[in-house]
Ligand binder design. Structure first.
Ligand code: GDP
Ligand code: MG
Length: 208
């Protein structure tokens, strides 16, 4: 029986991108459609079993609102890992994620493992499981609005699912590579990519 290796992980990102939902999926395998906003920060733990070790994540789920920004250093200081989350249907949240990455790279532990996470993958109507991301060329994208605008589907809950992707996967991946980050796309709603995110982060944690 191995003693778990404790690892502090902080979640950062604009309000409503799904930080709390991603953690809830990871910790309890649940999803809440109308999750109440986090005030200050929430603390949760979950273990991740690797072949070589058991990593116990101590997760600080921060509030995304700008008025809580000054509190963030308290949470990322001493963190071994961070997941910086954005919403793939909201371009501004990607810009905010990049600014969090810059702040971490300047101010956090220099060895911090950073994962960039594009959440709400379920909202974009791409075929396949995300692996078959669109391979269309960039040329005609600018003004040609997505062709599925008019025929968005409505789910049983009456929710529209025709949100268009605002952050291309290739662009986010290229940025992540350049900045030395792990990169994932997830859906807290379906669970896609969530366990993989935490497992890949766990594998990068130096254990000594
Ligand atoms: P936070 O402010 O970043 O912690 O975001 P929350 O976890 O509170 O989520 C904000 C809203 O987005 C809530 O209504 C969630 O139900 C919804 N949400 C979170 N993740 C997903 C997702 O992967 N897919 C969809 N469709 N909605 C999500
Ligand atoms: Mg939250």
């Amino acid at each position: 029986q191995q003693k778990p290796f404790q690892t502090k992980l902080v979640l950062l990102g604009e309000a409503a991108v799904g930080k709390s939902s991603v953690v809830l999926r990871f910790v309890s395998n649940e999803f809440q459609e109308n999750k109440e906003p986090t005030i200050g920060a929430a603390f949760l733990t979950q273990k991740c079993r690797l072949d070589s070790a058991v990593i116990k994540f101590e997760i600080w789920d921060t509030a995304g609102q700008e008025r809580f920004h000054s509190l963030a250093p308290m949470y990322y200081r001493n963190a071994q890992a961070s997941a910086v989350i954005y919403d793939i249907t909201k371009a501004s949240s990607f810009e905010k994620a990049k600014s969090w990455v810059k702040e971490l790279q300047r101010q956090a532990n220099p060895n911090i493992v950073i994962a960039l996470v594009g959440n709400k993958l379920d909202l974009v109507a791409e075929t396949g499981s995300g692996k078959a991301a669109s391979t269309k060329t960039d040329e005609d994208d600018e003004e040609a609005d997505d062709d599925d605008d008019e025929n968005g589907t409505v789910t049983a809950e009456g929710q529209s699912t025709n949100s268009a992707r605002a952050v291309p996967k290739d662009e986010a991946k290229a940025y992540a590579d350049e900045a030395g980050l792990l990169f994932f796309e997830t859906s807290a709603k379906t669970g896609e990519g969530v366990v993989e995110l935490f497992t890949e982060v766990a594998k990068k944690i130096p254990i000594d």
